[in-house]
Design a protein around this ligand. Structure first.
Ligand SMILES: Cc1cc2nc3c(=O)[nH]c(=O)nc-3n(C[C@H](O)[C@H](O)[C@H](O)COP(=O)(O)OP(=O)(O)OC[C@H]3O[C@@H](n4cnc5c(N)ncnc54)[C@H](O)[C@@H]3O)c2cc1C
Length: 387
């Protein structure tokens, strides 16, 4: 079967790519080994940024099933830094329903449904995908939106991710908390990572995540975190890789584009991945459209890279902030600054809420941090603790 674009993976990145491609009039195949609704390990934190991208890409309002919170308790390395109220709303959802909803919107725009079928053979550069029941799909451009263990990235680069740099997260669904319970974010709950407590109607999602190689005892950290939050010890804990940190240098090759987790687009400070997945999926589809209009499918990666630049810049800035947060010589000064400065705490939440972007946060940091950093640098020995 011939298409203009094959999208592999129907999570937020793939659904956004398929929706955008189909809306642009491209014959689009949407492939996923899972049948929807399917679950995906995730806190389901859907920020103001995600809400903005969602409305832009899917051209509809947020589902009414979303919870919304406008207060958060912020912790840093076990120390309470403050409660922040009146933050821009952070929405909370369950991926079981969110992803099925996004797939339905992509199919409604005209993408053809090949979900629920395993891929038997994948040759992305040749523009060929053969499904387990024998159907062969062909297209000049392929978008790999198949998550952190991306088979498309493996086909291009030999492995889906660099094990030395990958993150890992553990998560559990505890019993529901009272309706007015705030969000809780714990910077430094894991080494080079964070913890989260997201109270939703019907459940309470709790998790910790950090750089995998620095957290050989993440299970112990998770058990302690659950105990702290009164989540019963017998609650089932699940784990998954988390592609945060430096985004992939080459988000694809020629006519093959990688989006979302497959391209390592999770913010290493806030853990936000859904927004960047949807946005990169949209940008990949637009790059595919433009490359096909020029009859140059191999130009797709170049065009995608240009469009992706603001997200790559955000990830680069996020890495710098991560260094300030977690690198030994800096972190004491940083935590002290955040505890003392209501502005910084608010800016962090505005960043999470999508009201400001990293360049704005960087400017606020530069204004407020120097004294603390100089003091911290003066007293600390540099121990080669960078990631
Ligand atoms: C524990 C945890 C908590 C998180 N919490 C948050 C949060 O609160 N907020 C937030 O914004 N982000 C969060 N993230 C990050 C977020 O989950 C991801 O960034 C986001 O899901 C990326 O979307 P995606 O579409 O790229 O990939 P995915 O959502 O992983 O979708 C990939 C799709 O590809 C399919 N697929 C995979 N392999 C194949 C194959 N070989 N053939 C066919 N199909 C395939 C899968 O079935 C899946 O449907 C969290 C991540 C983790 C691990």
């Amino acid at each position: 079967m011939l298409f203009d674009v094959i999208v592999i993976g129907a999570g937020p990145a793939g659904a956004a790519a398929a929706r955008t491609a189909a809306s642009a009039g491209l014959r689009t195949a949407l492939v996923d080994k899972a049948r929807f609704p399917r679950d995906k390990l995730c806190g389901g934190g859907f920020t103001g940024r995600a809400a903005r991208y969602y409305r832009e890409i899917f051209e509809t309002d947020l589902p009414e099933t979303f919870d919304s919170k406008s207060a958060v308790t912020l912790y840093g390395f076990g120390e309470k830094l403050g409660v922040i109220e009146d933050i821009p709303p952070v929405y909370l959802t369950m991926r079981l329903s969110l992803d099925a909803h996004l797939v339905a919107l992509a199919l409604a725009a005209g993408a053809e449904d090949f979900t629920g079928t395993r891929i038997a053979e994948l040759a992305p550069e040749a523009g060929r995908v053969t499904l387990a029941h024998g159907t062969r799909l062909e297209a000049p451009v392929v978008i790999g939106a198949d998550g952190v263990t991306s088979a498309t990235a493996r086909a291009l680069f030999g492995r889906p991710f660099d094990p030395a740099r990958i993150g890992f997260a553990l998560e559990a669904e505890g019993p529901a908390l009272p309706a007015d319970a705030p969000l809780r974010i714990d910077m430094g709950a894991a080494n080079w990572g964070y913890g989260w407590s997201f109270p939703k109607s019907g459940s309470h999602t709790v998790g910790v995540g950090g750089v995998h190689s620095r957290n050989p005892d993440l299970k112990t950290i998770m058990r302690a975190y659950m105990a702290d939050l009164d989540v019963p010890a017998e609650t089932r804990v699940k784990g998954q890789y988390l592609p945060f940190g430096k985004a992939r240098r080459a988000p694809g090759r020629d006519n093959v584009l990688l989006a979302g987790d497959a391209a390592w687009l999770v913010d290493p400070v806030t853990g936000e991945g859904i927004a960047y997945a949807m946005k990169s999926g949209q940008l990949a589809a637009l790059a595919a459209r433009d490359a096909l209009a020029r009859h140059e499918p191999d130009a797709a990666l170049r065009l995608y890279r240009q469009r992706l630049r603001p997200i790559l810049t955000a990830m680069r800035h996020a890495n710098m902030v991560r260094l300030l947060l977690y690198w030994g010589p800096f972190k004491t000064g940083f935590v002290r600054a955040v505890r003392k400065s209501g502005h910084l705490r608010h800016d962090y939440m505005r960043l999470l809420g999508g009201e400001i972007e990293y360049p704005d946060l960087m400017r606020a940091l530069v204004r407020r941090l120097p004294n603390y950093l100089m003091r911290a640098l003066g007293s600390a020995k540099v121990q080669g603790d960078s990631p």
